[in-house]
Write a protein that binds this ligand. Structure first.
Ligand SMILES: Nc1ncnc2c1ncn2[C@@H]1O[C@H](COP(=O)(O)OP(=O)(O)OP(=O)(O)O)[C@@H](O)[C@H]1O
Length: 229
């Protein structure tokens, strides 16, 4: 489980995360929801220890983020970070050489799943294929938790559907996924848990299925209540 306990983060004098607490469990898809600038990416970066926090704790399977947790979590940012001149095949070789957690078999499977070509240069990929290649680089790592920043942003409907299929496949399996979105319609049918953020604070954390069963409400219904008061 990934646990955030009263996490506070400031950039200069600006408080970006204010006492943020929530959990993301293994085997479940948790979604951080909020409009642009509420702090979703900052949460991801904090979990990866890419940005320091001022107070609070972040634990992965009970361990504070650090050396012992780096092999457990992969971060898939909202844009591909490989050099644009690299071909997809070269990017895969780079990942294999660099990460002991690289799973070559899964990488091959994902290449076929997304219908990507090894010889295509990253710079020449369409937006949708760049997003798929980016996702492949993270999903092919044998880690327990995957953090995905806006995996559906700016992508056409068919590519979105293909990426969505990954979430329900054995390629995600029993891993824990924490993803962010500002567009709930893209992910509503996929997620097990929602965490609503506003101005760096958690407004509500809930199990989507539980809420549907107990109160007959969709994630959008809850968002209307919470954000519109
Ligand atoms: N390096 C930085 N220095 C100063 N302020 C920053 C920095 N990074 C982010 N911020 C500010 O922190 C706030 C939260 O940013 P963050 O990127 O986490 O939001 P977000 O919810 O992910 O937004 P988006 O949906 O646009 O990606 C914003 O007001 C942003 O301007």
């Amino acid at each position: 489980m990934i646990e955030l306990k009263s996490v506070t983060k400031t950039y200069g004098r600006k408080k970006v995360l204010n006492n943020v607490s929530f959990t993301a469990e293994k085997g479940r898809i948790t979604c951080l929801i909020g409009i642009n600038g509420v702090g979703k990416s900052t949460v991801m970066k904090a979990i990866m220890n890419l940005t320091p926090i001022q107070s609070g704790h972040i634990l992965v399977d009970g361990q504070p983020v650090g050396k012992s947790t780096y092999e457990k979590v992969a971060f898939i940012p909202d844009t591909i970070t490989m050099p644009p001149q690299m071909k997809i095949g070269e990017a895969l070789t780079f990942m294999k050489d660099f990460y002991s957690a690289w799973n070559e078999q899964r990488a091959e499977e994902l290449l076929k799943f997304f219908r990507l070509n090894r010889t295509d240069r990253i710079a020449n990929l369409s937006k949708g294929n760049a997003a798929k290649a980016n996702m492949l680089l993270g999903l092919a790592l044998d880690v327990d938790y995957l953090l995905m920043d806006e995996p559906f942003s700016g992508i056409d409907m068919f590519s979105r559907e293909q990426i969505a299929d990954v979430f329900t496949s054995h390629l995600v399996e029993d891993r824990g996924v924490l993803l962010t979105t500002h567009e709930i319609h893209d992910v509503e049918h996929l997620i097990d848990k929602a965490v609503l953020l506003d101005h760096g604070a958690v407004l509500k954390e809930f199990d989507t299925e539980e809420l549907r069963e107990s109160e007959g409400k969709s994630v959008v219904d809850v968002m209307r209540e919470v954000y519109r008061g």
